[in-house]
Write a protein that binds this ligand. Structure first.
Ligand code: CA
Ligand code: CA
Ligand code: CA
Length: 339
């Protein structure tokens, strides 16, 4: 330890006085000088191991090893004033990247992608935090994870879904500016009808042709007649109830290529939790029906429904004119199932 320490003094001192080349030459000379040969008078004394206690590097030696005639520089001060490149860099905040905005269809399962998030100082992303900022009115969509790099959600209605991502890096820092991504869902079917509502109730969407009564099979599409075979051979003109929901909905009906006809859209307040009645009084709920034709919102209706067995005839849709005519008719029914 002692010899090493003495050598460090020489290094610091020589570096302070001149070039590293000078030091190398001196070190070589010291190591290779044969016994009995006197070193040159300019050789630094501390290189020789005299068995003396270590010299405090902060204390200038009384006999500088090399007298070049220049002012003696304190090695410690010299190091402090010249070593500007080794100060540790301050850690930087990570950058959140929620991925590209994208377009989908309603009822798609959409996967988000936060993997382009990064840490500018070379650290790693250790935490992801997603939140839903906005969604179509009446949507009950939710991410299957708020902490995974690539969570998914079921796009239950047409419209825009906005999500925000914030990330944490291995320095324990969070991004200063969360990133947002917008997922837009647009119906691609010839006809797309959606029903949403805002209370814990069981509402049912009905879609019929030929002036059929509620629950007529096969002409009324609903929870007990979800995908009847209509019209021409093949399924392109067949309607489909995509989900029967209760709680807070929603329900949708799609027809890829509907035949020219007049269709009727109705909403039945069935009850609650799948039962044809409610626990206590049925809650009032605002029901909204959106009718899309060829991917474009053709009409939107909202009414307050108040009790079990209530039926709201919303509108008729006539193709190929694409005419939507509001019905705004309410009645009570005693029919609760297909026949
Ligand atoms: Ca960082
Ligand atoms: Ca329902
Ligand atoms: Ca068919």
């Amino acid at each position: 330890m002692r010899a090493v320490f003495a050598l460090s003094v020489v290094v610091a001192t020589v570096a302070a006085c001149g070039s590293e080349q000078d030091f190398s030459a001196k070190l070589s000379s010291t190591e290779t000088t044969p016994p009995g040969t006197s070193p040159t008078t300019s050789e630094p004394e501390p290189v020789v191991d005299t068995g003396a206690p270590p010299t405090d590097p902060t204390t200038p030696t009384t006999e500088p090893p090399v007298d070049t005639g220049t002012p003696t520089t304190d090695p410690v001060d010299s190091a402090l004033t010249t070593d500007t490149g080794t100060a540790p860099a301050l850690p930087e905040e990570p950058v959140a990247d929620a991925g590209f905005d994208s377009e989908w269809s309603p009822l798609d399962i959409v996967q988000l992608d936060g993997s382009a998030s990064y840490d500018p100082d070379g650290g790693t992303i250790v935490s992801y935090e997603w939140s839903m900022i906005d969604a179509p009115a009446g949507s009950t969509a939710a991410l299957d994870s708020t902490t995974r790099v690539d969570p998914s959600f079921f796009a239950d209605l047409a419209g825009d879904y906005t999500f925000e991502l914030t990330v944490e890096d291995s320095d324990g820092l969070w991004d200063a500016t969360p990133d947002q991504v917008v997922v837009t869902t647009t119906p691609i079917d010839g006809m797309y009808v959606e029903l949403s509502w805002d209370a814990d109730a069981d509402l049912d969407l009905h879609f019929s042709r030929n002036g059929a009564d509620l629950y007529d099979r096969p002409d009324d599409v609903c929870h007990c007649n979800t995908n009847p075979s209509w019209g021409a051979p093949g399924t392109a003109d067949d309607p489909s109830l995509d989900a029967d929901s209760y709680g807070f909905g929603p329900e949708t009906i799609t027809v890829d290529s509907p035949e020219n006809d007049t269709y009727t859209v109705e909403v039945h307040y069935y009850g609650q939790d799948g039962y044809a009645s409610c626990v206590g009084n049925c809650p009032d709920t605002d029901a909204t029906v959106n009718i899309y034709l060829a991917g474009v919102l053709a009409a939107s209706f909202t009414e307050t429904m108040t009790n079990s067995d209530q039926v709201w005839e919303v509108a008729t849709v006539t193709l190929p004119k694409g005419q939507v005519t509001e019905s705004a008719r309410f009645y009570q029914t005693t029919v609760l199932d297909c026949f």
